[in-house]
Design a protein around this ligand. Structure first.
Ligand SMILES: C[S@@+](CC[C@H](N)C(=O)[O-])C[C@H]1O[C@@H](n2cnc3c(N)ncnc32)[C@H](O)[C@@H]1O
Length: 235
């Protein structure tokens, strides 16, 4: 089975021998790949919804891997028993849904070795929450596929070594390695924020004025980081 680049980037962060749970597996192509490539011997493929899980079952059956991939329907990490897996993948969902899934797992999440996350949006807010909640960013990557940028975050229980929350939000490991696509991610975000500010200027409500100030602050942070990246300076 061939995987899209987005999922291949996730695979890079899964060490051989890992016991994995793929939360929100949908088609289960990631679990099938992990077993077929000998990266994992056992994978739990979970999904909240019946339809995706039926699709997953069809693919797993076709691959002849029903004995190695356990299909479970349920919400987030609720489908995993304590100590059952060491690595959890949560990919292709919004940043706030990913956060909710980790948060709902409570202390159990911290007994995992790593979480490999691929948020479709809100990655800065997700990283900020992670580092404030006892997760360190171990490594990260960005991949561009079909004109879209995807960020992949590998996070582990512990303290994030970058104290600067602004840098942590854009990706501390991405910033350290001056990832060539980081500037593109930042510029996309700046474009969105500038559009939001323009829209907000049409409204005179005090609530909007407050929100506009917050967005302007975010723009300042991102412009500062963009400048550092361009001049190759530290923040
Ligand atoms: C867009 S698909 C992503 C599929 C796959 N992970 C990928 O990256 O290609 C999102 C999947 O997550 C599932 N999902 C959404 N919220 C969930 C939750 N709280 N727990 C488990 N699965 C969830 C949806 O049913 C859907 O199948």
């Amino acid at each position: 089975m061939r995987l899209p680049q987005r999922l291949m980037t996730i695979v890079k962060f899964i060490p051989a021998g890992s016991v994995v749970a793929d939360i929100g597996t949908d088609h289960a192509i990631l679990p099938v790949y992990l077993i077929e490539q000998g990266i994992s011997e056992k994978v739990i493929a979970g999904d909240l919804n019946k339809g995706p899980l039926e699709m997953a079952e069809k693919n797993v059956l076709e691959a002849g891997l029903l004995d190695k991939i356990m299909l479970r329907q349920g919400n987030g990490l609720e489908i995993i028993d304590a100590g059952e897996v060491d690595t959890v993948v949560i990919a292709g969902m919004g940043g706030s849904t990913i956060r909710e899934i980790i948060e709902n797992a409570g202390n159990a999440a911290y007994s995992l070795k790593r979480l490999v996350l691929q948020p479709m949006n809100d990655s800065r807010r997700l990283r900020k929450w992670l580092v404030k909640s006892g997760w360190g960013i171990e490594d990260e990557d960005i991949v561009e596929e079909d004109g879209r940028l995807y960020e992949v975050i590998c996070t582990v229980p512990g303290v994030e070594k970058t104290a600067d929350l602004d840098i942590a939000s854009v990706g501390p490991r991405l910033f350290e390695k001056r990832h060539p696509l980081l500037i593109k991610v930042i510029r996309n975000e700046l474009e969105n924020y500038n559009r939001i500010v323009l829209d907000m200027e049409k409204s005179a409500s005090p609530k909007t004025a407050l929100k506009r100030r917050e967005v302007r602050q975010e723009i300042e942070i991102l412009e500062r980081i963009e400048k550092c990246l361009l001049s190759n300076a530290r923040l």
